[in-house]
Design a protein around this ligand. Structure first.
Ligand code: C5P
Length: 413
């Protein structure tokens, strides 16, 4: 599982419409890959390539991959109002990659090519992912154009630093694919979680026993990464406190999504406690070790002459329970229960009990002993219980969709 796979599993934006603008840059080929990911989410994508982009990639590539329509250049097609169409049919517009020239045309309303005209006639959310040589990116003209576009509400997907096709190294490389996909999806989302600050705990914790060994569990943090991403897509400011494992790699670097990496339950407790003061929602998906071994020491324990040995454990703080006790009016909590229940009915009974014991608004339980629902799986089948008495069984779904629906439930609980 990686962040792209996780996001590709999100079907809740199915049938929304995005217009993809492609401007002239070596990075054009990556726009074709982005198109495939968007289509996998069930999104309808139309596209326009600038004359510059057509030197690198062809309209045929985009239409063959599934973009409908791919617009011809101004004054070359039969449709006289094609420059107005995306503004009438699409919910959002993303330019990827955006060249220095295209950013300048956007900033100054120069509508001499089809894409620039379509952008000018678009009044929904617009984002641009710049890609260009570092000197062009740093030039005062580009800096001013970018600042102007930002001031008008255009989202700039900040470029990365690194080695570029021209052989130089610096800022100006197109953002990476998880960032591009996340931004594209966010443009299509109602920002119904804007103003929320969400704390998410995710992944396992590791409790060191000696200098090289630890006590842990197989959690990967996939469910928590999905929650963090969904809350971000819907406009929330997100703090993800992640234990070790792949979960952190599933959380891309995005503005307003901060990753806090911790190792032990006590570190997770400390960081989550700090962040809880300013949070409006808490989503506690981490598989926190309930006990820590009393450390043997910083050295590696030697097995020589030892057939059996005892390890003493001491209880860790229950992060969810403690923060729930400290909650202010208005703070909402989502708890999880990973259980080895024999069936979904008994899982619901456990969810109901844990809802009360942890005093949360929503409790989502899954059977870790069932196929398609356990640690690290791409899917989850849930028994969800709400404080208001609402109870639902959810069939096996991708974790991004589960996260989306849990965000909705918590938001309206
Ligand atoms: O009691 P149990 O471990 O089954 O509760 C699970 C829920 O409590 C999950 O939401 C988990 O993230 C949270 N939890 C916690 N701190 C612990 C143990 C569990 O936050 N020490």
């Amino acid at each position: 599982m990686d962040a792209i796979q996780l996001l590709r599993g999100l079907t809740r934006l199915k049938n929304r419409r995005l217009h993809l603008g492609v401007a002239g840059s070596v990075a054009c080929y990556r726009s074709a890959e982005l198109l495939r990911h968007l289509l996998a989410c069930g999104i309808h994508v139309s596209a326009t390539l600038t004359p510059g982009a057509k030197n690198f990639v062809t309209p045929l590539l985009f239409s063959s991959l599934g973009a409908v329509p791919v617009y011809p250049e101004m004054f070359s097609g039969e449709e006289p109002f094609a420059h107005l169409e995306p503004g009438q049919t699409c919910q959002a517009l993303l330019v990827c990659p955006a060249s220095a020239g295209l950013l300048a045309r956007m900033a100054h309303g120069l509508a001499q090519d089809m894409l620039a005209a379509q952008i000018l006639a678009f009044d929904g959310p617009v984002a641009a992912a710049p890609a260009m040589n570092t000197r062009m990116w740093n030039n005062a003209a580009t800096r001013d154009n970018v600042a102007l576009l930002k001031s008008r509400g255009v989202t700039i997907v900040e470029p990365d630093s690194g080695l570029m096709a021209c052989g130089t190294s610096g800022e100006g490389r197109l953002a990476d694919m998880p960032q591009l996909l996340a931004h594209a999806l966010r443009l299509l989302c109602e920002q119904d979680m804007a103003g929320q600050t969400v704390l998410v705990t995710l992944g396992p914790t590791r409790e060191p026993w000696d200098g090289v060994r630890f006590w842990s569990n197989p959690s990967t943090g996939t469910m928590g990464a999905a929650l963090a991403l969904c809350a971000w897509l819907r406009g929330a400011t997100v703090h993800a406190v992640a234990g070790p494992g792949i979960g952190s790699a599933l959380v891309p670097a995005l503005p307003g999504l901060t990753l806090h990496q911790v190792t032990t339950a006590r570190q997770m407790f400390a960081r989550a406690s700090e962040l809880w003061d300013t949070a409006s929602m808490g989503m506690f998906s981490a598989a926190v070790a309930d006990f820590s071994p009393r450390p043997y020491g910083a050295e590696k324990f030697k097995k020589e002459g030892t057939d059996t040995f005892r390890v003493d454990f001491e209880a860790n703080p229950d992060i969810l329970r403690t923060l729930s006790e400290k909650k202010r009016p208005g703070q909402r909590l989502l708890g999880f229960a990973a259980e080895t229940a024999p069936d979904m009915e008994s899982l619901m009974a456990l969810a109901r009990k844990k809802l009360r014991r942890k005093d949360v608004h929503v409790l989502a339980a899954n059977r870790v002993n069932a196929a398609g629902s356990g640690f690290g799986s791409a899917t989850n089948a849930m028994a969800v219980a709400g404080r208001d008495g609402r109870e639902e069984f959810w069939p096996e779904m991708g974790k991004a969709d589960v996260a989306w629906d849990l965000c909705s439930w918590l938001l309206h609980s």
